[in-house]
Write a protein that binds this ligand. Sequence first.
Ligand SMILES: *Cc1c(COP(=O)(O)O)cnc(C)c1O
Length: 372
Amino acid sequence: MKNERVNVTKPYLPPLNEFIPFLEDIWEEKWLTNNGKYHQFFEEELARFLGVKHISLFSNGTLALITALQALRISGEVITTPFSFVATTHSLWWNNIKPVFVDIEPNSFNIDPNKIEAAITPKTSAILPVHVYGNPADVHSIQTIADNYGLHVIYDAAHAFGVKLNGNSILNFGSLSILSFHATKVFTTFEGGAIISHDHAMKKRIDNLKNFGFAGETTIVAPGINAKMNEFQAALGLLQLRYVSEAIEKRRIVTNRYRNLLEKIAGVSFLSDFPNVEHCYSYFPVLINSEICGKTRDEVYEKLKEFNIYSRRYFYPLISNIPTYRGLETAKPENLPIANIVANQVLCLPLYSEIGDKVDYVVDKLIEILKK
Ligand SMILES: *Cc1c(COP(=O)(O)O)cnc(C)c1O
């Protein structure tokens, strides 16, 4: 018998009656965007919540990434990971920057710091790592390399809302970090994003850039873009802050349930908790090794659909294998063996705070598929 549809994620939304007063107030004030009251409150509250100095809110994470590169005047070549959502590399393309791909580590799926130095050329100006699935990149090794070579580090922290390393926000590392509040992320404002910066002058520059480059009524300091967060997004963000810790705690419980149920299944592997890391449990990726379990990842993915279970192959195809980038020298699969293996084996199982006992249903069906 078919269960009701289980999607890979389901956005957490606060009770609607708590959002209505915000809407009534916005209707009353008629201030919809352009650094309104809720925008200002949310920036302050979010910075406090995350334990960071400065936040600039954005209409989405992709524009935050593109603007972060603009703010630091990054050009030439940027070293990055192929194992991410396409927006990471697309942000370089939109800035006319050449992506230089470096392979990932099998124990975090993040860029391998031991392979970064070999990819540096005289044109390299920055490193763009991703805290993929919220797993912290090796921030200390990466910063050492960046300091030695005079490079900026911009972290794509779209998956890493609230993640801490030794009690310190992961967003405090590097020159800048970006967040996404897209509907599929742990913390959502419908669409939305942010840049985390560490000094006031940089925040001001970013704020100018996201508002067409306006620094004053008649002063335009750069060819900026329109990437402002509106009052509806900001009001939802404020409300979401009340609930997000509870939502992450529920995700932690779901993740551990998956881990317990899948522990002894041959050919299905997953990462365990990272030491000294407060995680946000944004995804539950497993690797399906067809040589051990007799089924390919794609077979499992298709079969799960027959049971109304919609897992996702994040991140397949690998960014370096898509037509836009596959011609680059560093995109060759021989240069990226681990990333190619992981992209071919990975499957993200449904994970959201209200998933409940559907976890057991997903695991039952997964085991049934592997047994056939
Ligand atoms: C979601 C995501 C983005 C883009 O964020 P949007 O808010 O959807 O524009 C960038 N990088 C990664 C790794 C993402 O997962």
